[in-house]
Design a protein around this ligand. Structure first.
Ligand code: HMG
Ligand code: MG
Length: 323
């Protein structure tokens, strides 16, 4: 069941430029988005969900997706998936030159209808040709199952419903499924249950990813539970921004800096520098005109070996933090 005690490598899948910015009231200029992405790459992130090829009427914050993709860093070893809801999005993604996409549906019809105007069945029918074309083009493909822990419209979600949707998505050709706690209601025992049910249904641990919103402060606890169950891919958003406009009350994603701190201190490797992430987090918080929401963004890091503070904001010191 678990990936084994030697498996200390965790994949951090950054969603800040997409999930983080899709729900923000302040419009962010394209140059600032690109600078944010550059800082994320400098920090060591290799998979960064860059934007969405959705209707600009639905998500005006990401209406610059075509131009943004054309200007993404081109060095080798980077993956910049984009959200694609339909064939129109696929055509835009193809024209823009992407090589990784994420389709997105949910565990409940109500959320799927609000989010993309389709039932779950309709969404799977719409994704099949999109994923087939992406396969022909050799693209990497992810599928989200949102509302896997609870739905803003219908309430409690049976984890078996989320797994059933995930299995259907796997059958139409995706490299991984990502279970989303869209409104941040999940707790650790539910993560254990969902990982177990998905594994029992034939979705290997390597092909399961988890995407926690920190709406009620349970995201890191849920990661710990996922790690114990053998999950090694987690989504997070630098600066802790994020939320879905079609999920009333949804707050930010788990902050990448909080995830990196936990993983560092727990002896997992992931290739991401906490100081680099804090630089990117401060940059995006400034661009949004907001204070940083994350715990580690406020407190800085702490080196477990030396007991020294790390990554504090310039000018801060221990005494100023005690005041
Ligand atoms: P619709 O209105 O049902 O469909 O929207 P439509 O086909 O009638 O299209 C309406 C208009 O959009 C038309 O334009 C289309 O051409 C245009 P008009 O004729 O009115 O001028 N259109 C498009 N334009 C650009 N790109 C496209 C596209 N498709 C249609 N791809 C649609 C259906 C799916 C388009 C719409 O509902 C939509 O864009 N929804 C996006 C919702 C979204 O992005 N939500 C946030 C992401 S999901 C999320 O955050 C959860 C996640 O983080 C995981 C978690 O937290 O659980 C992933
Ligand atoms: Mg999300």
């Amino acid at each position: 069941m678990s990936s084994g005690p030697d498996d200390r490598h965790v994949r951090i899948y950054e969603v800040g430029p997409r999930d983080g910015l899709q729900n923000e009231a302040v419009p962010i200029p394209i140059d600032a988005k690109l600078r944010f992405i550059e800082l994320l790459v400098d920090a060591g992130l290799r998979e960064i969900e860059a934007t969405s090829f959705v209707s600009p009427k639905a998500i005006p914050q990401l209406a610059d997706a075509d131009d943004l993709v054309a200007r993404l860093p081109s060095e080798r070893g980077l993956r910049f998936p984009v959200l694609v809801p339909n064939e129109r999005g696929l055509a835009r993604a193809e024209a823009a030159g992407v090589d990784a996409i994420a389709v997105f549906t949910a565990a409940t019809d109500a959320f799927t209808e609000h989010n993309i105007g389709m039932t779950i069945d309709e969404s799977i029918a719409a994704f099949a040709p999109v994923l087939a074309r992406a396969d022909e083009l050799g693209w990497w493909r992810r599928a989200y199952v949102s509302t896997a822990f609870g739905c803003p419209y219908t309430g409690r979600v049976d984890p078996r419903a989320a797994v059933e949707v995930a299995v259907r998505l796997m059958s139409i050709g995706v490299d991984e499924v990502c279970f989303g706690d869209t409104i941040g209601v999940g707790v650790p025992d539910q993560v254990t249950t969902l990982v177990g049910l998905a594994s029992d249904a034939g979705i290997s641990l390597e092909r399961q990813a988890y995407h926690f919103h920190d709406t009620r402060g349970t995201a890191l606890a849920n990661v710990v539970s996922g790690l114990a169950a053998g999950i090694r891919t987690f989504d997070s958003s630098t600066g802790g921004t994020g939320g879905c406009p079609y999920a009333p009350g949804a707050a930010g994603n788990l902050a990448t800096e909080d995830l990196v701190y936990l993983l560092d201190a727990s002896g997992f490797d992931h290739g991401v520098s906490l100081e680099g992430i804090l630089t990117a987090a401060r940059f995006i918080a400034d661009a949004l005109g907001k204070p940083l929401a994350s715990k580690v963004g406020q407190a800085g890091g702490w080196d477990q070996r030396t007991g020294q503070a790390t990554g504090r904001p310039p000018g801060s010191d221990a005494s100023s933090l005690l005041r």
